[in-house]
Design a protein around this ligand. Structure first.
Ligand SMILES: Nc1ncnc2c1ncn2[C@@H]1O[C@H](COP(=O)(O)OP(=O)(O)OP(=O)(O)O)[C@@H](O)[C@H]1O
Length: 648
């Protein structure tokens, strides 16, 4: 609930303060853990809920640990049980040793008895040393395995999620926290749980001894550490909320840091002299986040130490009481040693129990984020029984009254869009910036689902197919294509994983995109690493990268080809070459492309003009020119600009 309030609070502020990556607020709201009624009953109720939530979290963590390594999990549990008994056994040996020494002095015992006890003590100490070595081996191995398992789960789940998930800031924060914090938390939780088990075993065996000497003392030892526990758990949950609320700040800091440290941004930040501005902005955000962490860490430690002193006081009182009993002759020296150890151990056990539990509580809060992330259902999924994709797709596309609004957007990006593309036809989509052209492509690829209307492929609603299978029938190049830090061959091969190793096919795709000539001039031709992130990488120009991305689209021989401004970075000759061959390149495929250059647009068989998310005109170049409307106006405007530059 607090989370919701906090998020709401953040959103409210965002309406008055710009919440961008650069200029957003640098403040972090104080975690409001003390909201709500403060009476004892409500507090107890809240404590009960926390305990129940934490206990419920245990099976999930056990499952995660088990998935990471069953052998190590079993080993860790066994060692834990063993080491739980060790303190009691050690205390008992101390008693035996003292009693046998006293007996030997008084000539009622032999030195042989002392030797036997010493041997026994050696055995127990050796077992203790071995078990702690095994614990540390098992823990570090399990940590490695667990980190891998969870990172793998987070990656696998993220790759299944729908596009909109990546574009929302709340979901992005959740994913970031799941990816960063969660890998270490389950083992931490498991360790706390095992610590709880170990302490419980020690506690049970020791408390029996303490109760037998004085039930009152047992009660004092039990009750004293409770305040320390309450303060621990309160600060534990504060630490969690602070991390969560700092997530947007941390994201902004990452972004600012990347602006200054990433090659692609370096030119512009230098030219505009933005470096010091970004660095200062980063510093201010860093100061705020450090300040909040500092306050929390100091308060947390002061509070737990103060409450801890109370426990120490009661421990000393118990020792004094037992010593006086021994002086009075009511206890033997061995009893004194045993009871002193037992009292101290119960003290440590009780605070250990509480510490372990509050550790579990804190870890569980972080893990909840991981579970919520892993429980997020992908919104674009295959229907229960998807229609099998026919082996040959004709490529007949129909948009029927398609409307689409981005989540949270006030205006629809596409509004009642209807048009039809015949199989094998080439259609150019034109329109002003923001008219909805790229959105149209994203809907066709089923990266989003329409909010109204439907899209048909060969007469079937595309939602009836498995989206993964549908996408195998579409080759696409987006405006913001990816420049993979891989070899030239890999950059192209990724367009069709089934032919990643098919070098002749990759070379053919490169040829079709006009990228072959440049690739052949690279030091290791197709095997040259591209990009500078790794050793020996070669930098390419913007247009050269675009040709590689285009080759990747050609690599997949799908019946539908979708190109979003495929030549925006190409020189005039390369653009001309591509479009004069486009009909041949897209032979037998339904092709859609977006372009702002009308010289290339007119080569399409039909042209779709979008205006404010609606279809304004649709027809051949000649038809649209004859209509003397929007398209004709834009075409003439651009042609005029070229003509004006021709010297008369
Ligand atoms: N991920 C998104 N989330 C929210 N709104 C979006 C998103 N992407 C685009 N929009 C909005 O949807 C509208 C249409 O965007 P779209 O990218 O389809 O335009 P476009 O015609 O391709 O523009 P351009 O020619 O500039 O590439 C725009 O108003 C844009 O602000």
């Amino acid at each position: 609930m607090e989370f919701v309030l906090a998020r709401r609070g953040r959103r409210r502020r965002a309406t008055t303060v710009p919440d961008s990556g650069l200029t957003g607020p640098v403040d972090i709201p104080e975690p409001k853990q003390e909201d709500g009624p403060k009476d004892l009953r409500s507090r107890l109720k809240r404590a009960k809920t926390s305990v129940a939530g934490t206990v419920r979290g245990l099976p999930k963590v056990a499952k995660l640990t088990w998935q990471a390594s069953p052998v190590l999990t079993v080993l860790l549990v066994l060692i834990t049980v063993l080491s739980g008994l060790l303190p009691t056994v050690t205390a008992y040996i101390a008693k035996l040793l003292l009693d046998s020494v006293v007996a030997a002095i008084q000539h009622t015992g032999t030195t042989g008895d002392i030797a036997k006890v010493a041997l026994f003590q050696f055995g127990v100490l050796a077992a203790s040393a071995i078990s702690s070595a095994l614990t540390s081996i098992a823990q570090s191995l399990l940590q490695e395995r667990m980190t891998l398992t969870i990172r793998h789960q987070v990656m696998a789940h993220a790759s299944d999620l729908h596009l909109a998930y990546f574009e929302g800031s709340t979901s992005y924060d959740m994913m970031r926290q799941a990816a960063q914090e969660a890998p270490t938390r389950p083992l931490s939780m498991m360790n706390s749980a095992l610590g709880l088990l170990r302490t419980l075993i020690t506690f049970t065996s020791m408390v029996a001894l303490l109760v037998s000497i004085s039930p009152l003392l047992a009660l004092v030892a039990l009750v004293a550490p409770i305040p320390a526990f309450i303060s621990q758990s309160r600060y534990g949950s504060r630490a969690f909320w602070l991390t969560f609320m700092m997530s947007p700040i941390k994201r902004r800091m990452d972004y600012l840091s990347s602006l200054v440290t990433t090659d692609t941004y370096a030119k512009e930040t230098k030219l505009f002299g933005l470096g010091p501005y970004f660095v200062d902005r980063f510093r201010r955000l860093g100061t705020v986040s450090y300040e909040r962490q500092r306050k929390l860490t100091i308060n947390r430690n002061i509070s737990s130490t103060s409450w801890g002193l109370l426990s120490t006081l009661s421990g000393s009182a118990i020792t004094l009481y037992i010593a006086l009993e021994a002086v009075g002759g009511r206890l033997t020296l061995g009893d004194l040693a045993l009871y002193t150890a037992a009292a101290a151990s119960v003290q440590t056990s009780v605070s250990g129990l509480f510490t372990a539990f509050s550790g579990m509580y804190e870890n569980n809060l972080y893990l909840d984020t991981l579970y919520r992330f892993l429980d997020t259902k992908p919104e674009i999924t295959a229907p229960a029984s998807p229609r099998p994709m026919p082996s040959t797709v004709e490529g007949h596309i129909e948009f029927e009254s398609v409307t689409f609004s981005y989540p949270g957007a006030e205006e629809p990006a596409l509004d009642d869009v209807s048009f039809e593309i015949r199989p094998g036809e080439t259609v150019a989509v034109v329109g002003r910036n923001g008219a909805g052209k790229s959105t149209l492509f994203k809907l066709l690829c089923r990266l989003y689902d329409p909010t109204g209307g439907r899209i048909l492929l060969d007469g079937v609603d595309i939602r009836e197919y498995d989206p993964v299978e549908l996408r195998t029938r579409i080759s696409a190049m987006f405006q913001d294509y990816v420049t993979y830090q891989g070899t030239a061959a890999e950059n192209i091969g990724l367009g069709d994983l089934t032919r990643l190793e098919d070098r002749p096919h990759i070379e053919d795709s490169a040829r079709r995109a006009g990228a072959d000539e440049r690739i052949e001039r690279l030091p290791q031709a197709y095997d040259t690493p591209l990009g500078r992130w790794f050793d020996q990488g070669v930098s390419l120009s913007g247009g050269e990268w675009q040709k590689i991305a285009l080759a990747r689209a050609f690599q997949r021989e799908a019946p539908i080809l979708v190109l979003d401004e495929p030549t925006s970075a190409l020189d005039a000759r390369a653009e001309h070459d591509l479009f004069s061959r486009l009909r041949e390149l897209s032979e037998g495929r339904t092709t859609l492309y977006i372009s702002h250059r009308f010289s290339t647009v007119r080569q399409a068989e039909r042209i779709l003009l979008l205006e404010h998310g609606r279809v304004a005109e649709y027809g051949t170049h000649e038809e649209l020119m004859a209509a003397k409307a929007g398209y004709a106006e834009l075409f003439t405007l651009q042609a005029q600009a070229y003509l004006d530059e021709v010297p008369s």
